[in-house]
Design a binder for this molecule. Structure first.
Ligand SMILES: *Cc1c(COP(=O)(O)O)cnc(C)c1O
Length: 428
């Protein structure tokens, strides 16, 4: 594929920005090649600076459930921008977004808005520690909760893709407060509680893992985490930064009918602008400053632009039949891709939860990080490039989720499936 403008920009970018990107996963390190620089997006499509058109399944890594440049989001942003972009003082829209979040998630009685999923998770951990007066937390290998120090231990997403399970610059003394269990492996959690019965502040988990590729929880896993944390006086933190407002208006917790103590949100609630949030039971949230002793703040938190975009997005998602529509599109894609893989006789396991999905080049099942890591990455990389050349933008790593949006149509899905069949034929 000819990418003269992108190549030129990428060369410049590498001079001024480490690796040429502002988030490592964008660099194509895992799949190789030059990342196309994107000029614009509309609906389910993006165009690069060299004029290539792609059907987009990256969706900005999750936020764009409505697709690119949705008219309601654009209009909300234009109106908000004209009224001033930031005040550092309360605005009406942030109250409305908080109210909508609390109404959507019964486990959330109060919520604090921040600027990213990283901030949400980092603050949720601090809050769990403040509330329980304990230090240790449990996370799962392969789950990603942003890049805060204590959470970059056996992390997923870019940390997994790039083979840096623990980042440099994180003190071992600090990382030692993070205990690591295996996703979908309850005994690995029970062993940690047995070894540290009164020291564990909480468990943080992606209720459907999305940062090692999509790995849904096995039957009974989430209820067992709820039971264990309650038994031991620890808090259960659901990191719903991807799943919130994606797996349903009530998120994964609504789908699986589990009430976590604290929920982390991000991505969709900002409608494509930088927002995060953490919320939970009122008695827990009242630990947060100015009410309580746990400090957390933000110059741009509750920013009127971001909050307006988020509100416009949630309003669209409240329309009747929206999640059924998303489900039927994603199911159509999954059925089509499974058929294409079978016809090409390529062993592939398609894991899907609602509109998030990953095709692992692995005969399956894929329920654990070990199984995820046994995927044929070289084949994924060939497939990725074959799809990109044909005009389909997938996540540039085997270990990431793909996202179907409401802007995809049946025709887009069917075209994607046909292109996948052609790509598999070309590269095997
Ligand atoms: C993306 C993500 C984060 C981090 O959010 P940022 O906005 O990138 O900081 C945290 N948790 C999960 C599950 C995510 O997918």
């Amino acid at each position: 594929m000819q990418l003269p403008k992108s190549e030129k920009l990428f060369a410049q970018a590498q001079q001024y920005i480490p690796g040429g990107v502002n988030s490592p996963v964008r660099s194509f390190r895992s799949v190789g090649g030059t990342p196309p620089f994107i000029a614009r997006g509309q609906g389910c499509r993006v165009w690069d600076v060299d004029g290539h058109e792609y059907i987009d399944y990256l969706g900005s890594w999750g936020p764009l459930v409505l697709g690119h440049a949705h008219p309601a989001v654009v209009a909300a942003l234009q109106k908000a921008a004209a009224d001033g972009t930031s005040f550092g003082a309360p605005v009406e829209q942030e109250v409305e977004l908080a109210r909508r979040i609390c109404q959507a998630l019964p486990s959330v009685e109060q919520v604090r808005l921040v600027n990213s999923g990283t901030e949400a998770c980092m603050s949720a951990i601090r809050l769990a520690r403040a509330f329980t007066k304990r230090n240790k937390i449990i996370k799962f290998s392969g789950c990603y909760h942003g890049h805060a120090d204590g959470l970059l231990v056996k992390a997923g997403s870019g940390a997994l893709t790039h083979g840096v399970p623990t980042s440099a610059g994180v003190p071992a003394s600090y990382a030692s407060e993070t205990l690591v269990a295996d996703y979908n492996d309850l005994p690995s959690v029970e062993r940690l509680f047995a070894a540290h019965p009164r020291d564990i502040a909480g468990i943080i988990v992606e209720p459907v893992a999305g940062n090692m590729g999509v790995v849904p929880p096995v039957e009974g896993f989430l209820p067992a985490l709820r039971r264990l944390t309650s038994q031991h006086g620890a808090l259960l933190i659901f990191d719903e930064v991807i799943t919130g407002f994606r797996l349903g208006y009530g998120g994964a917790q609504g789908l699986f009918n589990i009430k976590p103590d604290i929920t982390c949100l991000g991505k969709i609630i900002g409608g494509g602008l930088p927002v995060g949030a953490y919320g939970g039971r009122a008695d827990i949230m009242q630990q947060v400053a100015p009410l309580g002793p746990m400090y957390q703040a933000g110059t741009l938190s509750g920013n009127p632009l971001a909050v307006s975009a988020g509100l416009a997005c949630l309003t669209e998602l409240q329309r009747p039949g929206i999640y059924q529509r998303l489900e039927s599109l994603a199911q159509r894609l999954a059925v089509g891709l499974n058929r294409a893989f079978a016809e090409a006789e390529v062993p592939c396991t398609l894991n899907r939860a609602g509109s998030m999905l990953t095709g692992f080049f692995h005969p399956g099942p894929v329920q654990t990080l070990a199984q995820v890591e046994a995927s044929d990455v070289a084949r994924y990389n060939r497939y990725f490039h074959a799809m990109l050349e044909r005009g389909v933008y997938l996540a540039p790593s085997q270990f990431e989720a793909g996202f179907v949006s409401l802007a995809h149509t049946e025709a887009d899905i069917d075209r994607t499936v046909a292109l996948a069949a052609a790509a598999l034929q070309a590269v095997g």
